[in-house]
Design a protein around this ligand. Sequence first.
Ligand SMILES: [Zn+2]
Length: 86
Amino acid sequence: MTLVFARLLREHARGESERVVHLIRLPGDGVIPSHLAAQCGARFEPYVLESLPRPGGAPCVPCLAAAPGGDSSADQFIISSNMPGS
Ligand SMILES: [Zn+2]
């Protein structure tokens, strides 16, 4: 499983408050599913999201709280699908 940072594209968000950065789970096989699930439980269609190369903007707090590694540096939340064991 891969975790990526993503947020709603501006045209799909009802205001900046909806543009928090979620942690989105991607399956490890590289196939983009019809719906993407965030760590906080929110679900999105892939086309409404933009992925972020690194954390930025306002984070989704429930996503961060549910992220592996707890509340340490956000950089550690990026888990590569190439890591052994995933
Ligand atoms: Zn979230």
